[in-house]
Write a protein that binds this ligand. Structure first.
Ligand SMILES: Cc1cc2nc3c(=O)[nH]c(=O)nc-3n(C[C@H](O)[C@H](O)[C@H](O)COP(=O)(O)O)c2cc1C
Length: 303
């Protein structure tokens, strides 16, 4: 079940997605993180951010809508209060970073790189819930400018780039990310959406529009992974972390067949924090049933 992302070996392909398992894996109070391939931190910015006004999460029949707005304590707080936790975490750790300018991304990347225990760094250019969250992710030219500055700041730490499906066809963005040094891609982040309470005639969350996640976005995420793998990542030999709407092992298997090397799980952990561990176990049984000696043999094997 081992897979490799940017030269780092994960014990299995199941990754907890950014912002859904605590700042640094607080979900580990409820589950054994050693059974997962990796976990991702909350996206960290240079300055502390309060995030959006509550209500900022709402439950939907096929997922959830959130507009947390990258609430986090900032990189100084992270370095002071979470460095020890990063060092002691019992699985591969992906540090997620966000920003509002090239300078701020580089600053947080540099500081994150200095923290022991962070094995890979994920550049979040795909947050739909802040005014600046998609600034770089939506424009290939700006994305290239950003990543070319971040890459040297990370030195040998592999760089994952997390893209959004909200920008239409993202194959050009994926191509630019790879040309600018991405060692892996995470596809996808939440998708801008809105829900309205018909009794009160008000949006379900205070910001009005938020990001949709969970099973409702899964087929979109599978399509994006398939297209990016087939047309961009396969030839470049760059792995994809397929993320969006995994609830059952079959959803994860779909991502692998579509071209993902690893899979990200977010919303499912809010339903039951043990789902990711069940997915990892059942994915392993599926690989055995296929007669494969490694899950990597199944990557991109959709007919
Ligand atoms: C409450 C919540 C907070 C999130 N925070 C972040 C974040 O800080 N950074 C990020 O890159 N993605 C964030 N995401 C997006 C998830 O990492 C993931 O890409 C998305 O939810 C799709 O996966 P899922 O359907 O399994 O949840 C967040 C999602 C949710 C639901």
């Amino acid at each position: 079940m081992e897979v490799t992302l940017g030269g780092i070996t994960l014990r299995n392909p199941v990754v907890l997605a950014a912002g859904t398992s605590g700042v640094v894996g607080e979900i580990g109070d409820a589950i054994d993180l050693r059974k997962l391939g990796a976990i991702t931190t909350k996206s960290i910015t240079v300055e502390p951010r309060m995030g959006n006004q509550p209500l900022r999460m709402a439950d939907l029949p096929k997922g959830m809508i959130n507009a947390i707005g990258l609430a986090n304590g900032g990189i100084d707080d992270f370095a002071t209060n979470y460095a020890q936790k990063c060092k002691n975490i019992k699985t591969t750790l992906i540090g997620s970073i966000a920003g509002d300018s090239i300078e701020s991304y580089v600053q947080v990347a540099t500081a994150m790189h200095d923290i022991k225990g962070i094995d890979l760094i994920e550049v979040n250019v795909s947050c739909p819930n802040t005014s600046d969250g998609l600034e770089f992710g939506s424009c290939p030219v700006k994305l290239a400018e950003l990543l070319r500055e971040i890459k040297p700041a990370l030195q040998s730490t592999p760089m994952i780039v997390k893209l959004s499906a909200a920008c239409g066809d993202i194959r050009p963005h994926a191509n630019v990310a790879i040309e600018s040094g991405a060692d892996a891609l995470t596809l996808i982040n939440t998708i801008p959406a809105m829900g309205i309470d018909v009794k009160t005639k008000t949006p379900l969350i205070t910001r009005g529009i938020g990001g949709l996640s969970g099973p409702a976005i899964h087929p979109i995420a599978v399509r994006v992974v398939h297209e990016v793998y087939r047309d961009v990542a396969k030839n470049a030999k760059i792995p994809i972390i397929g993320t969006g709407g995994i609830l059952h092992w079959e959803d994860a298997a779909e991502f692998i067949l579509a071209g993902a090397t690893a899979v990200g799980i977010g919303t499912a952990s809010f339903i039951n924090p043990t789902i990711s561990i069940k997915v990892a176990k059942k994915l392993s049984a599926w690989v055995k049933r296929q007669g494969c000696s490694s899950i990597t043999e199944l990557v991109g094997q959709v007919h």
